[in-house]
Structure formats: structure tokens, C-alpha cells
Design a binder for this molecule. Structure first.
Ligand code: MN
Ligand code: MN
Length: 468
């Protein structure tokens, strides 16, 4: 049958009107297959790197395997040489030296490797009604009720009185025990259910259940607590006061899994922002002899506002770039001012069940590719760097010319809430920056949902940015 000729209106609509489609309709089967395969290693990364410290360790392992060497201050790197710099075990910068001089600008991708969780307090261990428990303090923006009655694991480091560091990771191995925060049975929750949702589980009710067997000795009073401390002492050589100099983090125990009959999505903890951290990491690992020097910065402390010496509101990134610049007799701030950054962070995807919180012409959608978010913040665009039209235009052209499926996004309806990323802190250094990342459902919940095609498009976006 002869194809009917398009009407003038149809032709005009094709030419003038925006027509974004599901990436599954735009991509060839071959590329969809590649994208799904790409996500197999991503899932392994999610299971291995649930905390910022574990992410740094895994990143360094992958970097070394790809030929990256520890950064040497003052060294003049040749084009194509690869280096990494670890900041206090909780943030890491990876670099590939470019052919062009540094003051022609760096291409930077910055993602965060901390995720919302429960931290142990500094004096956490107690016994109540012959149970042993840990007191916690939540980290980042969580709905506290989501963290009760789910399997949890314990990760982190304890610094003993003599300075020795002990690494802890319990709950991830199938033979390990798990832990949980308890919740009330519905039968007896009449009063609890009258609380406001923010208080359904209160901050001081986020207590981690860790034991129930007594130490057999009539002379001691807190037998279950003593029994747990005795076991911890046997396994790690620690005493109760060692918790004071510890960072122990409680995260969901379950592993990353395919989600949906069609396996098109991934359900896992920490995809804000591991989905962007992993893709920005893979992109730098795969970068060979770029024009501009390329950096991937995987940072800590984004979820608590980026303050602290491992967060991007500190000077560590600027100092690092200055160190790089000085080896060539250049000034760090000249390099920074000429540089460009993709702030690699997730955005909230439209949720069909809660679509009333998003303005669906401007919100990002799962499976519509990587999201470029011009501004974040709250109310009248406060707390955002708001990328310039020129820089958005530059990124748009780059993605369009290189087959990166991308979309625009915003964080919810005007005046409904808001949030920020590291973009503003990088922009404040005098760098061009825009948020580019993966749309997510259930952001900050123990199980976050992403689409595989978007993950792959994020990787592609960072890759073409580094190549440019
Ligand atoms: Mn984030
Ligand atoms: Mn977040």
C-alpha cells in the first residue's frame, strides 16, 4: 500500500513541535541489548559499594586495574596518563591527562557516593528487656518509617584506642546475620497510626535490634549487652569505648535486582547517587587520550548538604586542580574558570501513582534518557546555580550530535518542596555546570528504582562529554 502523503499540518508539526519518545522505541535492538548488559556490572557495583568508603575502595580497585596510578603532586603528566587521588578514604578524584594545556579547561563529572542511611551514635550499645540494641542517628533525608522491619546490614570502620582501624561489614554475605529496626504490629498500632507520618517512627525509635542471648554469669546485670560486646571483642578486638571513634553505617541488606517482568528496571539501595557515580566512573575508566583533561570526582557528604572536608562545599577539589595546574606553572583558578562540569546526580522521575507532585511537561520520565536539569533548589529558585542557556545549549548540541537520548527535568511542582545537588558548589568556584543524571522512582527509599536504558544513556553522556 502506498504511504499516504503527510498533510501540511503534520509536516509542520514534525518540523516545529517537540516529540520525545520512550528510548525503547528510539534505540536499535542491538543498543538495548548493550544497555542491559552494561547494567550487569552496575548491579555488582551496587552490591559491593553501599557506602562512601566501600565505593572509594571499589573505585580504586577498578582504577588500578585500568592503569590509573596514585596522584603525585608536582608531577607533569603526559597526555593519556591516568591518576587518582583519595580524600580521607571517603572521596576520590580520577583523572586522565588531556592533549590540550590545562588552562583550556577541564571536563569534570562530579557524583556523590554517600546515600541516606542510619549511622550508629557514638555511644550506641544498650540493653532493654533482655534485648541488645544500637542507638542510631539518621543520615540524609529519609522517611523514617521506611526503615523499620526491613533487613539491614552494618558497614564501616572502628578506630581503636591504639589507633588501629578495623573494617566492619556484616549482613551482606548470605551466611551473615542481619539486623532490623522493629515496628509495631497493626493490632496494637491504634495510637501510633494517629501520629503524623514524619513521626510514625520517631528518630529515637530507630533502634537497631542486634541480640537477645545472655552472658551466663549471675554477677553481671546487663547480660545480653555483655554477651554482644564479648562477641564483638572476640571478632574485632574492640571494647565499648571504641564506638566513640567509629563510623558505622546501617544500610539495606538486600542486593540489587532486575525489576519488572521485562527486567527493564533495577531495584536497589543507593542508586542516588550510585547510578551516576558508576556511570561517571566507567566513563573515565574508558577514556583514552582525551583533548581536554578529564576528571571524575566521587564525593561524600552530598546528602547532608556537602559541608565537611570530604564534601564539595570544601576546598579539596579546587586544591586538587590547583596542584595539577602548578606543575605546569599555571594558576588553579584559571584552569577552574575555563572548565566545564556535569554534576552527575539523579532527578525524580514521574511516578504514575503520585503524578500529582510533578508537573508532567517538565518532569523527567524513566526510559526517556539521561536528565539534564537546568536548576534545582526550592521556592523562587533559591539554593541553585541555574545553568546558563548558553551552557545548556552547548550540552544539548553535544548530546544530540552523539546519539545521547536526553530529556529536561525539574524537581517537582513549583512550591511543593525541592532539593539541591553539588552543582551550586562547583558553580561557585566559577565553573560552568549543569546537573545531568538518571531519573529515579522512590528516591531516598531503601529500594530505589531506575531504568536500564537511562543508566546506559548516563554512561554515554559522560563518555561523549569526556571525548569532546
Ligand atoms: Mn543525589
Ligand atoms: Mn539524594
Amino acid at each position: 500500500m502506498k504511504a499516504e502523503k503527510k498533510t501540511t499540518g503534520e509536516q509542520l508539526a514534525d518540523k516545529l513541535l517537540s516529540n520525545h519518545k520512550h528510548a525503547g522505541l528510539l534505540l536499535e535492538d542491538e543498543e538495548i541489548k548493550t544497555a542491559f548488559e552494561f547494567c550487569e556490572d552496575y548491579k555488582s557495583y551496587l552490591d559491593t559499594a553501599k557506602t562512601e568508603r566501600e565505593s572509594v575502595i571499589e573505585t580504586v580497585r577498578l582504577a588500578q586495574a585500568a592503569g590509573f596510578k596514585e596522584f603525585v603532586r608536582g608531577k607533569k603528566y603526559k597526555a593519556g596518563e591516568k591518576f587518582y587521588f583519595v580524600n580521607r578514604g571517603k572521596a576520590v578524584i580520577l583523572g586522565v591527562m588531556g592533549k590540550l594545556p590545562l588552562d583550556s579547561g577541564i571536563r569534570l563529572a562530579a557524583a556523590h557516593i554517600d546515600s541516606p542511611r542510619l549511622d550508629l551514635k557514638q555511644n550506641p550499645l544498650y540493653e532493654d528487656m533482655e534485648f541488645a540494641l544500637f542507638k542510631t542517628h539518621y543520615y540524609g533525608g529519609i522517611k523514617k518509617y521506611q526503615w523499620a522491619a526491613i533487613p539491614l546490614s552494618l558497614h564501616g570502620v572502628v578506630i581503636k584506642a591504639d589507633g588501629e582501624a578495623v573494617t566492619v561489614n556484616i549482613g551482606e554475605d548470605d551466611n551473615d546475620p542481619i539486623f532490623c529496626v522493629t515496628d509495631l504490629l497493626p493490632h496494637l498500632a491504634q495510637q501510633q497510626m494517629k501520629r503524623t507520618p514524619a513521626e510514625l517512627i520517631k528518630g529515637e525509635e530507630l533502634n537497631l535490634l542486634i541480640g537477645s542471648m545472655p552472658f551466663k554469669d549471675d554477677k553481671v546485670s546487663k547480660k545480653v549487652k555483655l554477651n554482644i560486646m564479648s562477641m564483638l571483642n572476640e571478632k574485632y578486638g574492640i571494647v565499648e569505648d571504641d564506638f566513640m571513634s567509629a563510623e558505622l553505617e546501617i544500610v539495606p541488606q538486600f542486593k540489587a535486582r532486575d525489576l519488572g517482568f521485562d527486567r527493564s528496571m533495577i531495584g536497589a539501595y543507593g542508586q542516588d547517587d550510585s547510578s551516576c557515580a558508576y556511570t561517571a566512573l566507567k566513563a573515565i575508566l574508558d577514556t583514552k587520550k582525551p583533548q581536554h583533561t578529564c576528571l571524575t570526582c566521587l564525593t561524600d557528604k552530598e546528602e547532608t548538604g556537602s559541608d565537611g572536608n570530604t564534601g564539595l562545599n570544601s576546598s579539596y577539589l579546587a586544591y586538587f586542580i590547583d596542584d595539577l595546574a602548578r606543575a605546569y606553572g599555571l594558576c588553579g583558578h584559571n584552569v577552574i574558570s575555563a572548565s566545564e562540569c556535569l554534576s552527575a546526580d539523579v532527578n525524580s522521575g514521574v511516578d504514575p501513582t503520585f503524578s500529582d507532585v510533578t508537573e508532567n511537561m517538565n518532569a523527567s520520565k524513566l526510559n526517556y534518557g539521561v536528565v539534564a536539569t537546568k536548576f534545582t533548589g526550592a521556592r523562587g529558585k533559591s539554593g541553585t546555580s541555574d545553568a546558563s542557556a548558553e551552557f545548556v545549549g552547548r550540552v544539548r548540541k553535544l548530546f544530540d550530535e552523539n546519539g545521547v537520548i536526553w530529556q529536561t527535568g525539574e524537581l517537582g511542582k513549583v512550591d511543593l518542596g525541592g532539593g539541591g545537588t553539588v552543582a551550586q558548589f562547583i558553580a561557585n568556584l566559577d565553573m560552568d555546570v549543569i546537573d545531568v543524571g538518571v531519573p529515579v522512582l522512590c528516591m531516598h527509599a531503601p529500594l530505589e528504582v531506575t531504568a536500564k536504558l537511562d543508566i546506559y544513556m548516563a554512561y554515554k553522556a559522560f563518555t561523549v562529554f569526556f571525548k569532546d
